[in-house]
Design a protein around this ligand. Structure first.
Ligand SMILES: Nc1ncnc2c1ncn2[C@@H]1O[C@H](COP(=O)(O)OP(=O)(O)O)[C@@H](O)[C@H]1O
Ligand SMILES: [Mg+2]
Length: 229
């Protein structure tokens, strides 16, 4: 459902961040990506999201359901993002002038879908009674749960999550990841979750490690954990 082909990214006057990544991610897969700070994990998610542009070279470095992101104009890329993707990024983009329920319902509204699922998603992240509240009344962890509910509400085919449990206590993190996992499996979606948490990575179907030399399956996870402890 997502294919990377010789994906590379460099910023001006710096060594390449990502060099020649090739990888496939299938529908229904929950993937964790780990790696040192600054190695390019967020850059990778931004590229997949179409929020940043890969280096020229490979003409079709990112394919979503066989469609090359590079072949889409801005409007078409926006439509693809809006209908097929869900984002749980560190910058939450929870809109301050909308209530929590309105925030979660936004992807449904933008896609012309019925609004009912917004309330049940808010409930699922433990904020069922808070739909009428505004974001400024929330803690960081609550804000993150709103962002997660909103990212999943329209059953996106591809969920991109950048340290989704970074602001959550371990119990809440576990229940949120159970929800994420259940949604992925129920909807046949693919989720790519960047995390520093071994407990979070253990909830995924497989873990990959991003290093300077590329993106590799963590085949011997126990051995790799030493790097992150
Ligand atoms: N917009 C940008 N301009 C220049 N350099 C950037 C930009 N965004 C990220 N970088 C650099 O790219 C590298 C990877 O960053 P990032 O993807 O945020 O790493 P990670 O998420 O793995 O911690 C870092 O060296 C960072 O400084
Ligand atoms: Mg990052």
């Amino acid at each position: 459902m997502l294919e990377l082909r010789h994906l590379s990214k460099s910023y001006a006057n710096a060594r390449p961040v990502l060099a020649n990544l090739s990888c496939r991610f299938e529908a229904g897969e929950f993937i964790a990506i780990m790696g040192d700070s600054g190695v390019g994990k967020s850059t990778l998610l931004n590229l997949i999201a179409g929020l940043d542009t890969p280096d020229a070279g490979e003409s079709q470095p990112i394919l979503v359901d066989g469609i090359a992101m590079s072949s889409l104009d801005d409007a078409a890329a926006t439509r693809l993002r809006r209908s097929r993707m869900g984002f749980i990024f560190q910058a939450f983009h929870v809109l301050p002038h909308l209530t929590l329920l309105q925030n979660v319902a936004l992807p449904l509204l933008l896609n012309g879908l019925p609004q009912e699922r917004a309330a049940s998603m808010l409930e699922a992240v433990g904020l069922g009674g808070r739909g009428g509240d505004f974001p400024q009344q929330l803690s960081g962890g609550e804000m993150q749960r709103v962002a997660i509910a909103r990212a999943l509400v329209h059953k996106p085919a591809l969920v991109l999550a950048d340290e989704p449990t970074g602001n959550l206590d371990p119990d809440t993190a576990h229940s949120i990841l159970q929800l994420l996992r259940a949604e992925i499996k129920a909807n046949g979606s693919c989720a790519i979750m960047v995390t520093h948490s071994l407990a979070a990575a253990e909830m995924a179907d497989r873990t990959m490690i991003l290093t300077k030399s590329g993106l590799q399956n963590a085949t011997n996870f126990a051995q790799n954990t030493a790097t992150f402890s």
